[in-house]
Ligand binder design. Structure first.
Ligand SMILES: Cc1cc2nc3c(=O)[nH]c(=O)nc-3n(C[C@H](O)[C@H](O)[C@H](O)COP(=O)(O)OP(=O)(O)OC[C@H]3O[C@@H](n4cnc5c(N)ncnc54)[C@H](O)[C@@H]3O)c2cc1C
Length: 364
């Protein structure tokens, strides 16, 4: 007899959202290595929702998640998690493009100047996405964990999976504190540690690549920033969004391969961010208020991975959420839950082909 039907490794947004979907039907435990859930990638994001981000297959998951994030069921949350600000993809070359189905309109230089006063002349055109929004990431993550626990799920923090072995029809799981548990199924939702956890369970890695991204909170000599759209470069060298009246969050769009861990920003990346920002707008930079970094973890084709490993059928992958794991979490969790529990596709994701996200694509 197993202690649990499902043990989910990792209590970030991936583990919490999938747990929330399955806990009512299976005895489920989330094991989280840290003393609290959400301190790694989930707690370090730029917290925006941008439908065009990540290409067509990711856009399907994002768009499917939008209504839930905007207006969740009342038993999940009394308020929505999205705060619209719109997003501008600015270009100094050709018109930016978005995947089919993403609402967007072209903006010429004249209108662009009124939307982003002080934008340097080099930026001649932009695509505006009205659906772009800030996400209340902490609120969303807490709501997923709340639903998980109300449905009967348990969370064990400070519980690092050390290793697991499949024997006598169940997983035998050893935690770092020396305790042992048995479970019928394991879910790998360990973010940057996804491959490391798989290897500890005797499963071949997928080739996941954690990449460091830097965020900088800047104070500038300009007010009214909170009302402005998110501004990103269609060439992928920066993005920023107003955070307070005179502060903004800025990223140099860096992707520096890094081993899994508690990453910190490097001075050089902060300097690059500020230099790129100064080439975009004429707003005087006053000072860097704070900076942080986190890992965005990608599968080799930069699509997420949801499904049972073909060589170890009771090992389920829920990894590779890259830079879109928050905005895709409601739909991704529904899709993953239907695969995990072998139940019909949820209406939220019935139009999305789960094969695009299957780990089988890396095992051929
Ligand atoms: C700077 C930055 C900006 C981003 N901006 C956005 C954005 O604007 N919008 C968006 O949608 N996404 C964004 N993302 C991406 C998003 O944050 C991630 O896709 C998402 O948080 C991944 O969630 P996760 O649960 O897979 O990983 P994590 O939150 O890292 O959770 C994995 C957990 O697994 C635990 N773990 C690891 N090994 C073990 C073990 N052996 N035993 C037990 N537990 C273990 C870890 O402690 C960790 O808590 C951004 C990411 C970064 C870094």
């Amino acid at each position: 007899m197993s202690d649990f039907d499902i043990i989910i490794i990792g209590g970030g947004i991936a583990g919490a959202s999938l747990g929330a979907e399955v806990a009512a039907e299976r005895r489920t435990l989330i094991v989280e290595a840290e003393d609290q859930c959400g301190v790694h990638s989930t707690g370090r994001s730029a917290a925006f929702y941008l439908e065009s981000y990540g290409g067509a297959a990711v856009a399907d998951l994002t768009i499917a998640s939008g209504p839930f994030l905007d207006c969740p069921p009342p038993d999940f949350s009394e308020r929505g998690f999205l705060f619209r600000r719109g997003g501008l993809s600015v270009s100094d070359g050709p018109w930016p493009e978005v995947p089919d189905g993403v609402p967007a309109r072209r903006i010429e230089r004249g209108e662009l100047e009124t939307m982003v006063p002080g934008l340097r002349l080099r930026w001649t055109r932009a695509l505006f996405e009205p659906g772009c929004a800030d996400i209340d990431v902490a609120g969303l993550h807490a709501a997923f964990l709340g639903q998980f626990q109300r449905a009967g799920g348990s969370v064990a923090t400070g519980s690092r999976l050390e290793r697991a072995a499949w024997s006598d029809g169940a997983w035998s799981v050893s935690l770092a504190d020396g305790s042992n548990l048995r479970a019928a199924m394991l879910v790998d939702a360990a973010g940057a540690w996804g491959d490391e956890v798989a290897v500890r369970c005797g499963v071949a890695p997928l080739g996941l690549e954690p990449k460091r991204r830097t965020m900088v909170q800047l104070r500038v000599g300009r007010s009214g920033l909170k009302a402005l759209p998110l501004v990103n470069d269609s060439g992928g060298t920066f993005y920023f969004k107003g955070e307070g009246d005179r502060t903004l969050w800025l990223s140099p769009h860096d992707e520096i391969p890094s081993p899994p861990g508690d990453v910190a920003p490097e001075e050089i990346d902060i300097a690059v961010a500020v230099a790129r920002f100064e080439a975009v707008v004429d707003w005087p930079v006053e000072h860097v208020e704070r900076s942080w970094a986190g890992l965005r973890t990608f599968a080799p084709d930069r699509l997420p991975v949801y499904g049972f490993d073909p060589a170890m059928p009771q090992f389920f992958w829920c990894v590779g959420q890259g830079g879109f794991g928050i905005q895709t979490s409601p739909a991704a969790a529904r899709l993953a839950a239907s695969l995990l529990l072998d139940r019909p596709a949820d209406p939220m994701v019935a139009h999305i082909d789960p094969d695009a996200f299957s780990p089988v694509r890396f095992r051929r």
